[in-house]
Ligand binder design. Structure first.
Ligand code: FE2
Ligand code: FE2
Length: 174
């Protein structure tokens, strides 16, 4: 291992370097980071690191990935990038292994956005855009169409991140 790589790993372990899948940037040093810093430190969000998501990663890493790329795309499109970052981080805020969901009354694709919305509302006060982004993020798998442009972006970014994570072998655990 090169000295540079060892140094990066040390910083990651100490929380001084935070990465998103598909980027080499330290997102701690970006304008995005202060928007989610408090939420990232919350017990509810940190606990997402206990759950595997999209085979090779954790739900914490997935939510961070979606938050970052959702922010970038919404900022580029002159949309509400701050709400995009916050809702992206909380869009999968549920605390159980997906494979353990067994209810027959509702498919998991419909259930978990509602569970995430409820958990997010317990954590912070949200605006309508943030609520819509979380609730509709599984569209078009689920029926109700998003109301805001930011929500359509999140549906795309969520799927993009899922592919990126599936193809990535780096397994980030808190
Ligand atoms: Fe989801
Ligand atoms: Fe997701």
């Amino acid at each position: 291992m090169t000295r540079r790589k060892a140094e990066k790993l040390r910083k990651m372990e100490e929380g001084l370097w935070i990465h998103v899948t598909g980027s080499r940037k330290n997102i701690r040093q970006t304008e995005f980071f202060p928007l989610v810093e408090v939420l990232l430190a919350s017990e509810q969000v940190r606990a997402l690191g206990l759950y595997r998501h999209h085979v090779h990663t954790t739900r914490y890493q997935h939510c961070l990935n979606v938050a970052y790329y959702n922010y970038r795309v919404c900022r580029m499109l002159h949309l509400d990038a701050v709400s995009a970052a916050r809702a992206g981080l909380l869009h999968d805020l549920y605390h159980y292994e997906t494979a353990e969901y067994t209810s027959s009354s509702m498919p998991h694709s419909s259930y978990h956005p509602l569970a995430a919305l409820e958990a997010a509302e317990e954590l912070i006060t949200m605006n309508d855009r943030e609520r819509d982004m979380i609730e509709k993020h599984m569209w078009p798998v689920t029926r109700h169409r998003p109301k805001y442009a930011e929500s359509y972006v999140l549906t795309f970014v969520d799927k993009y991140c899922a592919v990126l994570e599936f193809l990535s072998r780096s397994h980030r655990v808190l």
